[in-house]
Design a protein around this ligand. Structure first.
Ligand SMILES: [Zn+2]
Length: 253
């Protein structure tokens, strides 16, 4: 997961929010939350988020199409229905992360601080779920090479409780995703790592710098799949002390 920039809200959203909230308040008063009543007027909003997120799921960084994938409510509509049309609460996500993993979960540091209806966030809420639009997910989640399985696994960075909860709620360590991560590293990252290591072993300082800059810029392009994973793979094989020795930089996505 990397930070996403959703930019300003689309011009039609304030009017949509007004009319949909007016309608939904009546529905909610009559029968409580009903997902079917959220309506299907999100198409254009979802399409814009999809484009601004460079066609990637905001959580697992898979590139996918807009149709068939989800408009995600960071604070779930089931318990925060009044934020269901609020731009700052909307993201584009794949159904594996959104529907099948996260669903209605929204863990907090303290459950007694949960917003009451119509309250604007955050009040006293401290979400234990990374919001990629307002914070850098790399602060909370780190990919590490598991020595037993030989696999790249998302883990909380340091002792980040938020990172641990985010991985748990989104099931970022689900089996299929781990296989995709593994394949990606082997097919798209390791050739660069091996090439750079060979140049370092040969002591060719000029070539190291030249190829490092070129390869890192390409590898960490935000349009690529799994940029956070790629960053941590390079950080693992070329730790900070070694980068300093060669005078090269690994920019944080
Ligand atoms: Zn996803």
């Amino acid at each position: 997961m990397i930070r996403v920039d959703r930019g300003g809200e689309p011009g039609e959203l304030p009017e949509l929010r007004r009319t949909e909230l007016d309608r939904f308040r009546v529905v909610f008063a009559a029968k409580g939350f009903d997902r079917k009543e959220l309506g299907d007027r999100y198409t254009e909003v979802k399409r814009l988020l999809w484009q601004r997120q460079l066609f990637k799921c905001c959580y697992c960084e898979k590139i996918c199409e807009d149709v068939g994938n989800d408009l995600e409510h960071y604070r779930p509509a089931s318990s925060y229905w009044w934020l269901a049309w609020t731009w700052e609460n909307l993201l584009f996500a794949c159904p594996n992360c959104n529907r099948w993993a996260k669903n209605d979960a929204f863990p907090l540091a303290d459950d007694t601080t949960r917003l009451r209806p119509e309250e604007a966030p955050p009040q006293g809420e401290q979400p234990h779920l990374v919001d990629p639009a307002t914070e850098n997910p790399l602060d909370s989640i780190q990919f590490v090479l598991d020595s037993t399985s030989g696999r790249w696994m998302p883990r909380p960075r340091g002792a980040s409780v938020k990172g641990a909860e985010t991985i748990r709620v989104l099931e970022l360590d689900r089996q299929a995703l781990l296989e995709i991560f593994q394949r990606y590293v082997e097919d798209y990252v390791m050739d660069d790592v091996k090439h750079l290591r060979a140049l370092m072993d040969a002591g060719d300082e000029h070539a190291v710098r030249k190829d490092w800059n070129h390869m890192i810029r390409r590898a960490l392009q935000r349009t690529r799949h799994h940029v956070a994973l790629t960053y941590d793979v390079f950080d693992h094989f070329f730790p900070e002390a070694e980068r300093q020795r060669w005078g090269v930089v690994l920019p944080r996505p």
